[in-house]
Ligand binder design. Structure first.
Ligand SMILES: Cc1cc2nc3c(=O)[nH]c(=O)nc-3n(C[C@H](O)[C@H](O)[C@H](O)COP(=O)(O)OP(=O)(O)OC[C@H]3O[C@@H](n4cnc5c(N)ncnc54)[C@H](O)[C@@H]3O)c2cc1C
Length: 233
């Protein structure tokens, strides 16, 4: 059990909050591919999640920027939303013969060569500029962000982020926890993206509820144990 644990949280402006248990929900940092101009369009026309943005860019010309082996999967995923999808091979690996066949069968265009920057007109993303100078008009660009747990607070308590792999490639880091969000450090729970990189809003909120319930159960156990000890004395 998590007996006799306690925490003091110090905020940036010097306030101190003391608590018997800790629930940390500090989320993640999206590390974006280092293409000039890309970060400025993140969450607008530079996207990663079809379940978040699919509807907004349905039937539009979509580009997929390859920076790793998941790019072909991303192209096939966004192909469900638009029949005009172009995969930019950029710094990603050469697709296999099987992948090329899949892309061809789904009418996904493939463009070789490194992407040098983004074309923006009237504060809207308008296309992809290749190192060769060629511009391919697009209205949305899908990227693979690296999801890094924002875990400094948890690391200060002795927890270590571990690598999250997907299809044999590292897509980010997370702080491990059990199904209730309990970490290896007694008294410390986590919920949301800091422990599950693919969690969406509804799942992050549900995990917060689950962790709060488990945490309260732990407090009930402690309060009861202390009350029994006091009564006996
Ligand atoms: C572009 C984009 C679009 C998305 N669209 C959708 C969508 O349409 N639907 C959907 O369900 N999900 C969407 N998501 C995912 C969604 O944002 C996450 O699932 C959700 O925000 C996770 O919640 P969280 O509470 O775990 O983390 P966050 O929402 O990231 O919250 C973490 C909070 O902790 C704070 N924090 C961090 N460190 C500290 C510290 N040391 N001290 C104090 N505070 C700290 C941060 O400032 C932040 O407020 C989208 C994500 C992105 C990037």
């Amino acid at each position: 059990g998590a007996e006799d644990v306690g925490f003091r949280v110090v905020t940036e402006d010097g306030r101190r909050v003391e608590a018997r248990r800790l629930l940390v929900t500090t989320g993640l940092v999206d590390e974006l591919p280092p293409v000039p101009g890309l970060a400025e369009r993140w969450g607008r026309e530079v996207l990663h999640c079809p379940y978040c943005h699919g509807h907004e860019v349905a039937d539009r010309p979509i580009g997929v920027l390859a920076t790793g082996p998941l790019a072909v999967h991303q192209a096939l995923m966004w192909r469900q939303w638009s029949d005009d999808v172009t995969l930019f091979l950029h710094t990603g690996p050469e697709p296999s013969a099987e992948e090329y066949e899949e892309l061809a069968a789904r009418d996904v265009a493939v463009v070789d060569g490194e992407v040098a920057g983004l074309e923006v007109a009237d504060d809207r993303f308008a296309g992809v500029r290749l190192a060769s100078g060629r511009v391919v008009p697009r209205e949305a660009l899908v990227v693979q962000a690296r999801f890094t747990a924002r875990s400094a607070v948890l690391e200060s308590l002795g927890l270590t982020p571990v690598a999250q792999e997907m299809a044999g490639t590292v897509v980010g880091t997370y702080i491990p926890s059990d199904p209730t969000g309990a970490t290896e450090v007694p008294g410390v729970w986590v919920a949301g993206n800091v422990t599950r990189l693919t969690e969406q809003v509804v799942g992050a909120a549900a995990a917060g509820l689950m962790a709060a319930g488990a945490l309260n159960g732990d407090l009930i156990t402690e309060d009861t144990r202390l009350a029994v000890a006091a009564r006996r004395a």
